[in-house]
Design a protein around this ligand. Structure first.
Ligand SMILES: Cc1cc2nc3c(=O)[nH]c(=O)nc-3n(C[C@H](O)[C@H](O)[C@H](O)COP(=O)(O)OP(=O)(O)OC[C@H]3O[C@@H](n4cnc5c(N)ncnc54)[C@H](O)[C@@H]3O)c2cc1C
Ligand code: FES
Length: 251
């Protein structure tokens, strides 16, 4: 784990809601693994006090990028920052996805749950997997790339409907070995139910609200079934990636 104060080297504004910040550091890029996250803070601002967690979006040429959705104080501050301004980064944190090779893989994301997947896809491609990628959002603004099969709830781009409807239909016709998913809890719960029907290995990356981000405060606990018993796990330290079948999903 590293703590670095680094200048933004690239800033890409995707639309009104989303932007990408990129940092360049040899050590940092070398330590990153798909599915891990960093905690970011603007050192010029006293509030919010706590750094915020963001998934590693991509890693290339010693650069590490983060796809960020503007939702509140910290993310609005980041969106106003310019290339050259410095951000404090702590990470990489969390366990990341278990990688496979020579498999048929389905990736499912919803909204900002898309963030960790470009880095994962790069690694899975090197390992000769066949990848199918389904992404869903509320509107066209929540869609990021043309490389995936997109769904929007309002039908403004891609197919109209929920991404979970799309994967259910897809799995009825196609055999898949492993599913990786990230997105809102309700989406992940539904993905788990669908994967169970087809008996497919499932890894889910969870995004709870985090305070310390390093396993100290217990603010990010979730319930997991382990050896037939229910136990509490910390998303920041034991996850963020879990076996979807072991997670006790909130009703
Ligand atoms: C492991 C992890 C990885 C993440 N990766 C990304 C990422 O790659 N890109 C990205 O844009 N966001 C990501 N998030 C969510 C991001 O951390 C929050 O959006 C951010 O903390 C909001 O900070 P803020 O100060 O702008 O908003 P706040 O003012 O703190 O919050 C604004 C609103 O967002 C809600 N909120 C805050 N955090 C979360 C959360 N984790 N889940 C759901 N609602 C939340 C708050 O309840 C509030 O309603 C991730 C979260 C986790 C835990
Ligand atoms: S956020 Fe403190 S233990 Fe996970």
């Amino acid at each position: 784990m590293l703590y670095k104060l680094l200048p933004i080297v690239e800033k890409e504004i995707i639309n009104n809601k989303y932007f990408i910040l990129t940092f360049s550091n040899y050590d940092m890029a070398g330590q990153c693994y798909p599915g891990q996250f960093f905690r970011l803070k603007n050192p010029q601002q006293n509030f919010p006090i706590l750094p915020r967690p963001f998934s590693i979006h991509n890693v290339y040429e010693n650069k590490v990028s983060f796809l960020i959705k503007k939702v509140g104080t910290a993310t609005i501050q980041f969106s106003a920052m310019k290339v050259g301004q410095k951000i404090a980064l702590l990470g990489p944190l969390g366990n990341g996805f278990t990688l496979h090779q020579n498999k048929k893989i389905l990736i499912v994301s919803g909204g900002i749950g898309y963030a960790p997947f470009p880095f994962l896809v790069g690694k899975l491609n090197q390992m000769k997997n066949e990848i199918f990628f389904f992404h869903g959002g509320k509107t066209a603004e929540d869609i990021f790339s043309n490389d995936v099969i997109d769904f929007t709830e309002d039908g403004s781009i891609g197919e109209e409907g929920l991404v979970t409807d799309g994967i259910e239909q897809f799995l009825q016709k196609n055999q898949v070995d492993v599913v990786y998913a990230c997105g809102p809890q309700m989406m992940l719960k539904k993905v788990t139910e669908i994967c169970k029907q087809f008996n497919i290995d499932l890894q889910v990356s969870l995004e709870t609200i985090m305070a310390c981000g390093i396993g100290v405060c217990c603010g990010c606990t979730i319930r997991i079934i382990e050896n037939g018993k229910m136990v509490y796990k910390k998303v920041c330290k034991d996850g963020t990636v879990f076996d979807g079948y072991k997670v006790v999903w909130n009703e």
